[in-house]
Design a protein around this ligand. Structure first.
Ligand SMILES: [Zn+2]
Length: 344
């Protein structure tokens, strides 16, 4: 698999429990924005951040939109709940105060070849840590917000559906602070959305459920820096390796690759990949509009399509919104984007 390291299941980046301990993100206090109105597929042939629609302007804007956690009654616990909490606190297996080694340390130890743990002991330590994190979540979050989590047990009403990469470093709940119930998430290699005409995929199925059943109001496709899937897309031969599931999947982004190769031909390979990481997000936004039930809702104004890009090297997040007007496409003008922001 070579460079395609994101496929490793890294316990050091075990996002499941980390996400549970992240407070609602202040990053979502956003949205008033200057209209950017840029063609998503047009890319200038220079490196000037001010003229490149995909490069941060360095401007950060904050508005009034916030993901609401109002249904969670923080700290409201009745007697029954208190008994539950107390029973957990006194459970000998709970290990809240136990000395523990992080999974990252364990992984480093394993990688260094100096470990004295047996293979079985090593695996047990990993799951002991996972157990500790889960029980910590249960005590500090679930039981403290029992009313909220019991409502969630009956119904989910997420406002967002997220399409994100499977890369272990880019868990959207962790980075953007989505709490349980707030975002319906599908993750795949290189955060690609196949067009409607393609064979069924888990991403298409997730879109159908989120849009038609859950009736989410926002679709957010979020890319990221140093994406191994995009690197595979940019590296592969034109026809791809038919024996590789990876190549066959990332070929969905071949239009983004072609646009990048043309528009950013003066850049080195790494920077072309960075360019394509964003271009492929825009390609996916356009692919979303090939789903008739998505397009219909976007035209009606009951569904909004957004792009995002997480740079984990500099820890910045870019966000933009598709400004879709059917007449624009009919006239061959393509789509524009608006409300472009960079959170840094
Ligand atoms: Zn990726």
């Amino acid at each position: 698999m070579g460079f395609f390291c994101p496929f490793f299941f890294s316990f050091s980046a075990l996002q499941v429990s980390r996400a549970l301990s992240v407070s609602p993100a202040s990053a979502f206090t956003s949205v008033s924005a200057k209209m950017a109105a840029l063609l998503p597929f047009s890319v200038p042939n220079n490196n000037n951040p001010e003229s490149n629609p995909f490069v941060s302007s360095g401007r950060t804007q904050f508005g009034s939109v916030r993901i609401s956690c109002s249904t969670a009654k923080m700290g409201k616990i009745d007697d029954t709940h208190l008994r539950l909490v107390n029973s957990v606190k006194t459970n000998a297996t709970f290990r809240l105060n136990a000395s523990r080694e992080s999974m990252e340390s364990l992984l480093n130890l394993k990688m260094s070849g100096k470990e004295s743990l047996t293979e079985t002991g090593y695996e047990k330590e990993l799951f002991d840590e996972m157990k500790h994190r889960f029980l910590n979540f249960k005590r500090l979050r679930y039981l403290q917000q029992l009313d909220h989590f019991q409502k969630l047990a009956n119904i989910q009403e997420p406002k967002f559906m997220i399409v994100s990469c499977a890369d272990s470093r880019v868990c959207p709940s962790n980075i953007l602070g989505f709490q349980p119930g707030e975002a319906f998430v599908v993750r795949n290699v290189a955060n690609l959305v196949p067009p409607f005409e393609n064979e069924p995929s888990e991403t298409s199925a997730a879109l159908e459920f989120a849009v038609n059943s859950l009736k989410v109001q926002n679709l957010l496709v979020t890319g990221h820096s140093r994406c191994g899937g995009i690197r595979a897309l940019m590296s592969m031969e034109d026809e791809g390796d038919s024996s590789s599931f990876i190549n066959k999947w990332v070929a969905i982004g071949k239009n983004a690759r072609s646009i990048t190769k043309t528009a950013a031909s003066n850049l080195g390979f790494d920077r072309q990949c960075r360019h394509c990481e964003k271009e492929s997000v825009n390609q996916s936004l356009m692919n979303l509009l090939t789903y008739p039930w998505i397009k219909e809702k976007v035209i009606k104004g009951s569904l909004f399509i957004h792009g995002g890009y997480y740079d984990f090297v500099n820890c910045t997040y870019e966000k933009w919104t598709l400004d879709f007007k059917e007449s624009d496409v009919e006239e061959g003008g393509g789509c524009t984007i608006k409300d472009k922001e960079c959170w840094m």
